[in-house]
Ligand binder design. Sequence first.
Ligand SMILES: Nc1ncnc2c1ncn2[C@@H]1O[C@H](COP(=O)(O)OP(=O)(O)O)[C@@H](O)[C@H]1O
Ligand SMILES: [Mg+2]
Length: 357
Amino acid sequence: MEKPVLELSGVRKRYDSVVAVDDVDLSLRTGEFLTLLGPSGSGKTTTLMMVAGLQQPDAGTILLNGASVARLPPYRRDIGMVFQNYALFPHMTVRRNVGFPLEMRGKPRSEIAQLVDEALRVVGLPDHGDRLPKQLSGGQQQRVALARAMVYRPALLLMDEPLGALDRKLREQLQLEIKRVHREREISVLYVTHDQDEALTMSDRIAVFNHGRIEQIGTPEELYDQPATRFVAGFIGDTNLLSGRAIGVFNGICEVETAAGRVRAVTRQTIQAGSAVTLAVRPERIVLTGAQQDTPGIDGTITDVIFMGTARKYVVRLADGNSCVVLRQISDAAFDISAPAVRLSWPADKATAFADQ
Ligand SMILES: Nc1ncnc2c1ncn2[C@@H]1O[C@H](COP(=O)(O)OP(=O)(O)O)[C@@H](O)[C@H]1O
Ligand SMILES: [Mg+2]
């Protein structure tokens, strides 16, 4: 197998009493787009800073193209960086900003001009080279920062919440553009965001951070359909979390008694019979039927129906007082929900059970 571009093993970083990054293992394949996703304070930026060489790990190793970077200063790491606040040089034209890393590397003028033109074309600003940063919008400035970070074709591009300061529409547009640049230039990208939609849209794989640790690494589909922990289930996408008690586990399927009925779910943990569990089930995985059906499931009462264009969202109150959200496509008219009393069920492999701590 090909050597990874970047490999972290056992990486730790502590600031006084705060353990910011706690025993992180991570490997980035050539050409891969890997995102660190997690809430604020979960250690994403610190991880990126250690890769960049702007922070030193307390323990562990970081390999770039198979070689330790421990003794390499940031400017010798062959890494490009884009941060939330563009940090363009305000007194330099766009063209000089983008060409700066090449100037620093002593490239000849003619080559610089050519590479800068190409980079500006890739980010969609071919005619903006003579402007100053302040003559550009926020989104355009961020594209210049992207052009500058990749102009010298680094082995790895680090981006820390690069779209965080932009409004939603522009953010979504730039997500697709960054993706396109990544694909066209075959750049390896380590990306940081706290926005799960952004991570799902852009990434080949996502590492979910929580309290300085990685809870799960996987493709967007794996994280969505097979969350390894309750935290991941709750953090990625919309999910219903229901409490119950395990009756038993047979062949990886956990039978659960809830206040509103008996259901089943996949588990990858060891769960003792009688222990408290949380079930995670996606709104679109729930089948809604009339309460008189003999399919096992949990009973509830519809309290709200929200029309969403292509789908309807049903808010269902369960016997234990908790609410559950069900999403049904308008076209799937298998059940005409006329009475508020309903039964919720799902195929066992469409829900996950986690032991409560
Ligand atoms: N320079 C620093 N000095 C002290 N504590 C820090 C410093 N940088 C980050 N931290 C702390 O380390 C933890 C992780 O921070 P950070 O890596 O910035 O998380 P994220 O990028 O996921 O929001 C937080 O608790 C934060 O307060
Ligand atoms: Mg951060």
